[in-house]
Design a protein around this ligand. Sequence first.
Ligand SMILES: Cc1ncc(Cn2nnc(CCOP(=O)(O)OP(=O)(O)O)c2C)c(N)n1
Ligand SMILES: [Mg+2]
Length: 567
Amino acid sequence: TKFTVGDYLAERLAQMGIRHHFVVPGDYNLVLLDKLSAHPALTEIGCTNELNCSLAAEGYARANGVSVCVVTFSVGALSAFNGTGSAFAENLPLILVSGGPNTNDASEHHLLHHTMGTSDYTYQYEMAKKITCCAVAIPRAEEAPRLIDRAIRHALLAKKPCYIEIPTNLSGAICVRPGPIDAVTEPVTSSKPALEAAANCAAEYLSGKQKAVILVGPKLRRAGVDAEKALLDLANAMGCAVAVQPAAKGMFPENHKQFVGTWWGQVSTLAADSIVNWADAIICVGTVFTDYSTVGWKAIPDIPLMTVEMDHVTFPGAHFSRVRLAEFLSHLASQVTPNGTTMIEYERLRPDPPMVHVAAKEDVLTRKETSRQIQNMLSANTSLFVETGDSWFNGIQLKLPPGAQFEIEMQWGHIGWSIPAAFGYAMRCPERRTIIMVGDGSFQVTAQEVSQMVRFKLPITILLMNNRGYTIEVEIHDGSYNKIQNWNYALLVEAFNGGTGHAKGLLANTAGELADALRVAGENSEGPTLIECTIDQDDCSRELITWGHYSSELSAALSSLPATPIL
Ligand SMILES: Cc1ncc(Cn2nnc(CCOP(=O)(O)OP(=O)(O)O)c2C)c(N)n1
Ligand SMILES: [Mg+2]
């Protein structure tokens, strides 16, 4: 049989380790989908809509390192742009592939369905350029190898999404076979002189300091599989306190003796803010300081920083390009002199473990009791997804046992992300126990993807925190718009079974009912179990109230009038 452009893409995806491709069919991509599903190493995963398809691919990339989402032109791609934006914001190489109009149509000024109704079809490609690190539209089959390889390589190096548009009449067009995948996947290594110079600068930066800490940010994990190991080596070599930013929870082991908690200003955990504020040197590794992670700009380090990024290192007064994060941390670990001052001080500050109240079985269910019971079910095999909302704060307060994974989408913050993202993640890691903490408002955005968990028999546990509305928004700025229609969530999930599935929908109004429901979930290995936890609408975390208070100041600032009145 002839080798085609669609086969070229399929082979490249398989060669780089993708085993599942997330799709929604449409007549601009059907031939392409045939080619992809014909590849022996690829399994087609249909999704209910393109928003969920792109978010499922975003979650898959968290587990697999890279993912692909294949949609139809215009009506499909514009929804998939949202999950693509998430991948950009969260530093994930998601490959967005869209079918496109037949290359013969433009010159005929044909008006085509699904398009804007003009004969200019370039708008999608132009839009894609803005939300990816590389966008290509294949004009002729001869250019497919060069353009596909270029887009994929950019995505892998930058840890950002890329865009590949394949006209509907080119997927089946003859194409040459690909060369070695090494040409696409080979990472960029550090410049040796730059690495040495950066390490010398680090030694100088640290030599004058007594109280150094390490602050870990969400880009650490995105810097490659050996990044977390290199950080551990540096932490062990230094002996100093190590704090994580909220979006980096789980990227440093929480049972490590030098772990001092999540640094998040007034809503830090384990008094991490006290030791970070005491430090005279902060080694920032993959950190991101945003309005949310600095609690409305109130928690920003105010001392000179050393920052270690994916491909450069900076100090007060110096910048070193092409120094790879993992290589630099490992190199520094072999040179740095131990300095445990901040750990000694932290042991004086470390808060005593809180008294944990165990509710009686008949007690009305509360947020705290729900968190307590979730804490008890976390294990080395757990992957915990926490959704935008009070679930962020409740999830961040939990203590991760060694091996447990934690996923959060704090930069993009698209409510509903956790349902499709956990589905995509679980497709790649079916052996792990995936648990989702999600609010009622978020659940309503992407609930359809629970039916895919039924279809692929994924034993995902969904803790739906039903506080009757958009509580995180209430704490920032309340209004009528924070009220939503309540659903019978347990019944909805049963409906997704369609007569053959194994989803279970349970309602927990008391502590005892939650305990029983979690037992049922633990035993359901044939499909998802949703547990609707009914809690009072004002039963939210202290941290949300504090953070919301400062963020409402922030939202007031965001809506503040332009500095210079427009005349
Ligand atoms: C796509 C998208 N649209 C709107 C928003 C703004 N937003 N952020 N959080 C919310 C409400 C979340 O409500 P829930 O999921 O019920 O969470 P809780 O805070 O636990 O009540 C909204 C409406 C958002 N973050 N993402
Ligand atoms: Mg809610």
